[in-house]
Design a protein around this ligand. Structure first.
Ligand code: XBP
Ligand code: MG
Length: 249
């Protein structure tokens, strides 16, 4: 029996990276007087590292930038990331980032079927609540029983910690839940927690390794954007709760 759906956020609920997080990082760099700029391809490579603070540190280290040897590096990263979060929240406020096709439909169907909902993400908690409130209204936030996000666990994806945290909070067995992810790192995290996983890949994750996923789609699908199944045929235009229930059989 399926009891809950657990959703990743960035890349899964919405295409937040290319025109959201990336833009906000670049604004933060410019505001700090740094000449760093992450173009779309560079950012695609940097997405191998999950977490914004971790991503900045990785960039400084791998490019061997002068800041790498600065004893104030931790403070610089903290300030840059706080500024990036402010910029990102402003972007969300301007309604710049819609949910991906079929996300709202599936959330509503799941609720109607009595399936519990939760979030397991690497991103900062305020980013999740702002995205959901902007896209679904304040009541939509209440649809999610647990929002597991950011630094609440010590190890970010691909470690399974955030999924284990959510399962524990909901007192659920992984065998009775489905995870929704968009990336190889996210899939490793969900599989590591014992969760069957549906992938809706996107432009940045299309070449990721999705070995072990129950289903790989290009989106959840709605009437205007039919879902394309990339692995495992189920013969419908949209991913519906009935199909997802069948995945557990
Ligand atoms: C998302 C991330 C996040 C965002 C930035 O991974 O890696 O780091 O890019 O968010 P996932 P913060 O979709 O697997 O959760 O800057 O708030 O960390
Ligand atoms: Mg993701």
């Amino acid at each position: 029996m399926i009891e809950a759906f657990i959703f990743d956020v960035d890349g899964t609920l919405a295409d937040t990276e290319r025109h959201g997080h990336r833009v906000a990082f670049n604004q933060a760099f410019a505001e700090a007087g740094l000449d760093w700029h992450w173009d779309e391809d560079t950012y695609g490579d940097l997405l191998a590292v999950t977490g914004g603070k971790e991503r900045i540190r990785h960039f400084v280290q791998t490019r061997d930038l002068p800041q790498h040897r600065d004893p104030q590096l931790d403070a610089l990263i903290r300030d840059l990331h706080a500024s990036k979060t402010r910029n990102y929240l402003e972007l969300l406020e301007s309604n710049a980032i819609p949910l991906r096709p079929g996300v709202e439909r599936l959330l509503r169907e799941a609720r109607a079927a009595g399936i519990r909902l939760a979030i397991a993400t690497t991103t900062t908690p305020q980013n999740v609540t702002a995205l959901l409130a902007n896209a679904l209204g304040d009541h939509g936030l209440g649809w999610f029983e647990v929002i597991g996000a950011g630094d609440v666990v010590p190890r970010k994806k691909p470690a399974p910690d955030i999924y284990r945290y959510v399962l524990e909070k909901m007192r659920l067995d992984a065998r009775h839940c489905l995870a929704f992810e968009d990336s190889g790192n996210g899939l490793r995290a969900s599989l590591g927690a014992g969760l069957k996983t549906v992938i809706t890949r996107n432009g940045y994750t299309r070449d990721d390794d999705f070995t072990g996923a129950a289903l790989v789609l290009d989106s959840l699908g709605d009437t205007e954007h039919p879902s394309q199944v990339l692995r495992r045929q189920y013969g419908r235009d949209c991913l519906c709760v009935t199909t997802l229930l069948q995945l557990l059989n």
